[in-house]
Design a protein. Structure first.
Ligand code: PLP
Length: 475
């Protein structure tokens, strides 16, 4: 493929400086420490899987923005769908109804292969907040008012708002923001590479799953409303469970009358190689939350889908039986129309199958990394990959933030944007992440992997000469 490259000089040089000055003065960046946010990459264009910044530098985006631009950056049909809907009817709240929301809710039920009711919001965090409220209210209306606790997993991310952040199992996202919503209990993740139970897969009886039985009993089954989990922990380091794990957790939930909420914010919409991540594991969730890929990231939208049977308990003719939850922008007609078009295009172009095929290619391409001295584990699930970097294979000590920062910076210099699990749990932000768009070419995918391997070799060589403790500039 034609290698994305730095433009030789830029037509925009003066403009670019001015924009950055304004950025420094007015904009507060997400996540970035202050110093890093002083030199933002100001992105101006996108074409397929490639983005261009103000200086004319072009990069293959191996992260689909923030795990979401699955159809790439230049899908005209999505822009057209939004434009047409905006011209026809730009806003109406969902206390009443509109056609794009009806169409989308029906399509989501089809993709979920079940009978679901859909509630729309704007973001993944809100979709999860909505799910927690629904779960608690459901139990009260189902005659079990003491069920209010939610069990989630360490290492997983579920959002930035009060309850979604409480469900999140990443201490570094919570520092200085606690106390958060009460009632969230965490269990260890199914993490075979560093098994929290000290076991080895194959002879372990999946204690990572049976621990739910224990914890539900310790908490008191009559107090537990729901379990929330992603099919695969994504932003927390692409932690892929054993194949039987999710089914076992589903069975434990059923045994104790606990609802299973599946957070498909990243795994959904083809990212896992199936329409939804949980479909890889043969389970039926009670509640499914989704966002990101629902619009391929083009507009904000999220959804909380609830099994129809659960919804029935919200239809009782009692005061406060209905779900008293409103969201001004949630299910905006333009977002819904764009989402419908996203799903139609995915169907027409068989993009779920393409994601699956690309995932297989990615797995093959990453094979040589198994032998790299600084690679402890390579985990691929659908079109998602996590490459866990270690100082050496024996000790499994995570590489320093400087090391992984330098790998990411080197990839960027070579024209590829990759991610990592950032600010999750202390000392374990050592997983490089890849989540490329489904429309990426085979050649672009190869280029990503070659670049990552080259960057790793380069960084390893430098660190071999320099002791770890000297550190390196973080990107
Ligand atoms: C698994 C998961 N759930 C929830 C969220 C929160 O979504 P949002 O950022 O749209 O609020 C995210 C965001 O990255 C996520 O990865």
């Amino acid at each position: 493929m034609e290698t994305p490259s730095r433009a030789q000089g830029s037509d925009n040089e003066l403009d670019a400086k001015e924009w950055v000055e304004k950025d420094r003065r007015f904009l507060w960046h997400h996540m970035q420490p202050y110093a890093a946010s002083q030199n933002p990459m100001v992105v101006t264009h996108g074409e397929g899987a490639v983005i261009t910044d103000l200086d004319g530098n072009r990069y293959v985006d191996a992260m689909s923005g923030l795990w979401c631009v699955n159809l790439g950056y230049s899908e005209k049909e999505l822009a057209d769908a939004a434009y047409e809907q905006m011209r026809q009817m730009p806003f109406y709240p969902l206390s009443q109804s509109h056609l794009p929301a009806i169409q989308l809710a029906e399509k989501l039920s089809e993709w979920l292969q079940g009978d679901y009711r859909v509630f729309f919001s704007n973001s993944g965090s809100e979709a999860n907040e909505t799910a927690f409220k629904m779960a608690r209210q459901y139990h009260i209306q189902n005659g079990e008012p003491s069920r209010w606790k939610v069990i989630s997993r360490y290492r997983a991310y579920h959002g930035n708002s009060g309850a979604a952040l409480a469900a999140t199992g990443q201490a570094q996202r919570k520092i200085k923001y606690e106390p958060l919503s009460p009632g969230f209990v965490h269990v260890a993740p199914p993490y075979c590479y560093r098994c929290p139970f000290g076991q080895t897969y194959g002879s372990c009886h999946t204690e990572c799953a049976s621990v739910y039985d224990q914890v539900i009993n310790w908490e008191g089954p009559e107090t537990v409303a729901a379990v929330i989990m992603e099919p695969v922990i994504t932003g927390g380091g692409v932690i892929v469970p054993p194949p039987e794990y999710m089914k076992q957790v589903r069975e434990i939930c059923d045994k104790y009358g606990v609802l299973l909420i599946v957070d498909e914010v990243i795994c959904g919409f083809g990212r896992s190689g199936q329409q939804f991540g949980h479909q890889n594991f043969g389970v039926t969730p009670d509640i499914v939350t989704m966002a990101k890929g629902i619009t391929s990231g083009y507009l904000p939208l999220s959804a909380t889908a609830v099994r129809a049977e659960l919804f029935d308990s919200f239809t009782e003719p009692e005061p406060y039986a209905h779900f008293r939850h409103v969201n001004t922008f949630g299910g905006n007609p333009t977002s819904c129309a764009l989402a419908v078009r996203t799903l139609e295009l995915m169907e027409k172009r068989s993009l779920v199958a393409r994601s699956r095929e690309l995932g297989r290619q990615l797995e093959q391409l990453l094979l040589p990394l198994q032998d790299h001295p600084n690679v402890g584990d390579v985990r691929v699930f659908g079109l998602l990959a996590g490459i866990e970097l270690v100082v050496d294979k024996q000790s499994k000590t995570p590489v320093s933030p400087g090391f992984i920062g330098e790998v990411i910076a080197s990839c960027k210099r070579k024209g590829v944007l990759v991610g990592k699990n950032g600010d999750t749990v202390p000392e374990f932000n050592n997983v490089l992440t890849l989540s490329p768009p489904f429309i990426i070419s085979d050649e672009e995918l190869q280029f990503i992997v070659q670049t990552v391997i080259g960057a790793l070799d380069e960084t390893s060589a430098i660190h071999h000469q320099k002791p770890e403790t000297e550190g390196m500039a973080s990107s």
